[in-house]
Design a protein around this ligand. Structure first.
Ligand SMILES: Nc1ncnc2c1ncn2[C@@H]1O[C@H](COP(=O)(O)OP(=O)(O)OP(=O)(O)O)[C@@H](O)[C@H]1O
Ligand SMILES: [Mg+2]
Length: 310
């Protein structure tokens, strides 16, 4: 069953230097209980996509298309309805725990606040639930730690606290933005395990640079480049049979494969190249790639690629 269906989604930021086409155009659906990985180089629009789904962008942002969650278009419902969806139905674990946690509020209180707001629990019950949540993400001595401030938490513990906050209202869909970024190997493995447990019962959009994490956790993976998806398929298919030159390049830049980065840089989202957006960096580019923008085509059942060569 489809839980979230995104069609024709565009998110554009008008700026002094021009229109930043951060999401341009995304079609994608996430099934109940599925873990869907979203991968791509820095600046390709992953976080903006997440924030668009949560409707957390500044009102001057242009958003077009539809985002259907259990059939409801999140782009047309009222702010009051959206507030109910946020937290209770869909939660986002933000990319940077240091700036996402309020530095002057005790960690337990922040989680309790979210619970009180969404579940209408009394202060005391919410506090108890917050401690339970911290305990469930394996923060040791949770009842004592709940009274500490974010700066007293290590990086891994902050990340756990963010996950606890995301899970506090028992959402059906979690958008996890780079939950393992900046963590050392051991802590990363622990957080990955924690996300894996969490993802068993929930649907998740997992945004990551880390292909190892994606491979371990995701049912399907999509590669995003310059605001659009260039390939998506079941996880094993992506690793065994990558078809887009960008995907191949990305897999090739894995440490296990000798770390050969893709030459060149991703294009400016204000001034996207004609034709295939990847053609200036593609060693297989032909004349058509410079002129025509390729469609996302289903080349095998469930395997979609945006490339004239596939
Ligand atoms: N409010 C804004 N106004 C203008 N441009 C923005 C705004 N927010 C984001 N952008 C631009 O949108 C593009 C996509 O940004 P986004 O944060 O989604 O990238 P990302 O894929 O999450 O990168 P990273 O992997 O580094 O987190 C970037 O070029 C960014 O500068
Ligand atoms: Mg990001």
């Amino acid at each position: 069953m489809t839980l979230l269906e995104i069609s024709d989604l565009k998110t554009h930021f008008p700026t002094q230097s021009g229109i930043v086409r951060a999401v341009d155009t995304i079609d994608l659906s996430i099934r109940e209980r599925e873990t869907f990985g979203l991968i791509g180089e820095t600046g390709c629009g992953k976080t903006v996509l997440g924030l668009t789904l949560m409707r957390l962008l500044h009102p001057t942002t242009t958003v077009e298309g539809t985002i259907r969650y259990r059939g409801k278009n999140l782009l047309t419902i009222s702010e009051a309805e959206m507030r109910l969806i946020r937290g209770e139905e869909i939660a986002m674990i933000l990319q940077n725990p240091t700036t996402s946690l309020n530095p002057v509020m005790r960690v337990g209180e922040q989680i309790a606040e979210a619970i009180r707001l969404h579940q209408g629990l009394r202060r005391r019950a919410a506090k108890e639930k917050a401690v339970e949540m911290l305990d469930s993400v394996r923060i040791p001595a949770a009842s004592r730690r709940a009274n500490e401030y974010p700066h007293e938490f290590s990086g891994g513990m902050k990340q756990r606290a963010m996950i606890a906050m995301g899970l506090a209202c028992d959402p059906a869909l979690i958008i996890a933005d780079e939950p393992t970024k900046g963590l050392d190997v051991t802590i990363k493995a622990q957080i990955t395990e924690l996300i894996k447990e969490t993802a068993k019962e929930k649907a998740m959009l997992l945004i990551t640079h880390d292909l190892g994490v994606a491979r371990a956790l995701c049912d399907r993976i999509a590669l995003m480049y310059a605001g659009e998806l260039v390939e998506y398929a079941a996880t094993e298919e992506i690793f065994e049979n990558p078809l887009h030159p960008y995907t191949r390049g990305f897999l090739g830049s894995l440490p296990g494969n000798g770390l050969v980065p893709i030459p060149g840089m991703s294009p400016s989202l204000i001034d996207l190249p004609d034709g295939c957006r990847f053609h200036p960096r593609c060693s297989h580019a032909k004349a058509v790639c410079r002129k025509k923008h390729p469609e996302l085509i289903e080349v095998e059942a469930g395997h979609f690629v945006r490339c004239f060569d596939a």
